[in-house]
Ligand binder design. Structure first.
Ligand SMILES: *Cc1c(COP(=O)(O)O)cnc(C)c1O
Length: 371
């Protein structure tokens, strides 16, 4: 792996503090595995937030070639950026809805809005050109986006308006699918079925990654996985998901410190023995959480865990390398932060957050390798 990177001769790799490797084949394999699981329903790919920070542009082509035709983002500008990268038979959906004044841009680019309210349905019905369809989102319990029951009834009472929206899919989103035993899942499923009876005749979409693992009742016609594509464990029931990301960062400096010497901002750590330290070239500006200070986080060199020492700074943090043989590491060497010894989810647990937040926080300063 390391040889591959240096052999690539990519100057930007040597010039950066670390190498973020995104296994495109694993993203595609995860999509294929989810597609097989939900068949005969179809699987979309949620590529919002630049594919959870991993880079949507290099991923949408391979996903399309694997058979994916439905791509969800959150904003119109995200969709506009991806539209030229995808063939015309790929559909881009904008989850955050039809913001005032944007209908002509949707229609002009052939991008589908997710209509989240009755007023958005009206605006789209007026502005939509030709045969461009739309998606209607109903709220089934999360109180985030989508028509509530009263709005669903109002829309059902205006069949002309409903027809004018060109709606072809009714969707909703699950709040608790990562906790399979929560009654909220069954309640939302019932609420979604009721909404589909109010607004009959459309395809349905309910499940994101964790909803897929709740079983076929939740699959309807289209599933919308994001996190699972990127190797996050979204549910205790999740299976067959391959890791996607590896992160290795450089040793910026090596030093030996004496007993009593302080390390990092605030002198929050003092050595109780002679120690060898490595200062690593990544910090909270790169998404290496400050919560990972003083032993909460670690790097790995080979199989050796190198616990953090002192506070994480913006651009660096220190690890204790005393467990390694002297001379095992040199300045410029790469150590593992995400990889076989430490998954995105391990890191999330250590930082008190979720894998989604770890991925979307990964910094822009790493050189990125799409392997
Ligand atoms: C983000 C999002 C998804 C994807 O969720 P994952 O848990 O990442 O699979 C699907 N649908 C909606 C509405 C979303 O906001």
């Amino acid at each position: 792996m390391e040889e591959n990177v240096s052999a690539s001769g990519d100057v930007s790799v040597a010039a950066s503090g670390g190498v973020l490797t995104i296994d495109v084949g694993a993203v595609v394999a995860n999509w294929q595995s989810l597609s097989a699981r939900v068949a005969p329903a179809r699987s979309a790919a949620v590529v919002k937030a630049d594919a959870y920070g991993l880079g949507a542009a290099p991923l949408v082509g391979p996903l399309y070639r694997a058979g994916c035709r439905d791509f969800f983002v959150v904003t119109l500008s995200e969709a506009e950026a991806l539209r030229p990268l995808l063939p015309a038979d790929a559909t881009l959906y904008v989850l955050n809805g039809l913001m005032p004044g944007t209908a002509p841009a949707f229609a002009g680019h052939g991008i589908l809005p997710v209509l989240n309210s009755l007023s958005q349905c009206r605006a789209w019905a007026e502005a939509r050109r030709g045969s461009l369809p739309a998606v209607i989102q109903v709220d089934t319990g999360m109180s985030r986006l989508g028509l509530d029951v009263a709005e669903q009834q109002a829309l059902a009472a205006e069949p002309d308006l409903l027809a004018m929206t060109g709606a072809r899919l009714i969707m909703s989103h699950l709040a608790c699918a990562d906790e399979p035993d929560k009654p909220g899942n069954g309640e939302q499923l019932s609420a979604f079925r009721a909404a589909r009876e109010r607004l009959p005749g459309f395809a349905g979409s309910l499940a994101a990654s964790s909803g897929i693992f709740l079983g076929p009742d939740y699959h309807f016609d289209l599933c919308r996985p994001g996190a699972s594509l990127y190797g996050i464990e979204t549910s205790p029931l999740a299976a067959g998901i391959r890791p996607v990301v590896s992160l290795r960062v450089r040793v910026a400096q090596l030093r030996e410190i004496e007993t009593g010497t302080a390390v990092g901002y605030g002198y929050s750590f003092r050595a109780s023995r002679t120690m060898r330290l490595a200062t690593l070239a990544t910090g909270y500006a790169d998404g290496w959480w400050r919560r990972l200070s003083n032993g909460a986080g670690a790097a790995f060199s080979g199989d050796t865990r190198l616990p953090s020492v002192g506070r994480v700074s913006m651009d660096s943090f220190s690890v204790d390398v005393s467990a390694l043989p002297e001379g095992a590491l040199a300045e410029g060497d790469l150590v593992e932060l995400i990889g076989p010894h430490q998954s995105v989810d391990d890191l999330a647990r250590a930082a008190g957050t979720i894998g989604y937040e770890v991925l979307t926080s990964l910094g822009r300063r790493y050189s990125r390798v799409y392997a």
